[in-house]
Design a protein around this ligand. Structure first.
Ligand SMILES: [Zn+2]
Length: 117
């Protein structure tokens, strides 16, 4: 992979990383305010909605954290010069795939294989 492309992908990854961090922070804030609201609301339906909201936020935060870890990993791979190789078979991941998902760990072949299981 040439240096220019690598730099491009790195910039995309850094941007994604910042986005995810902001999203996680925002989610945390919303979760905290939902907690405050729950104390006032004694109505069961309201409470149930709040619990649902909270779970949804927690779920989202978990997903974002996982994604953030993948992004971090991709960034360290760029630094170490291991970027763009499939974790499973060691072959190059296609640039089309990397453009769509810069933090891909597997080539399309291994990925489809993994999803089928
Ligand atoms: Zn592979």
């Amino acid at each position: 992979m040439d240096a220019k492309r690598k730099k491009e992908l790195k910039e995309i990854l850094v941007e994604m990383k910042n986005d995810k961090i902001a999203e996680i922070r925002q989610n945390k804030d919303e979760m905290t305010s939902a907690d405050g609201y729950q104390n006032d609301a004694q109505d069961f339906a309201d409470t149930a909605t709040n619990i649902y909201d909270k779970e949804l936020h927690q779920d989202l935060t978990e997903k974002n954290k996982k994604l953030l870890m993948d992004i971090e990993e991709a960034l360290s791979k760029i630094e170490e010069g291991r970027f763009g190789k499939c974790d499973k078979c060691g072959k190059d991941i296609s640039i089309e795939r990397l453009k769509a998902i810069p933090f891909s760990k597997n080539c399309i072949k291994c990925q489809t294989g993994a999803e089928k299981k």
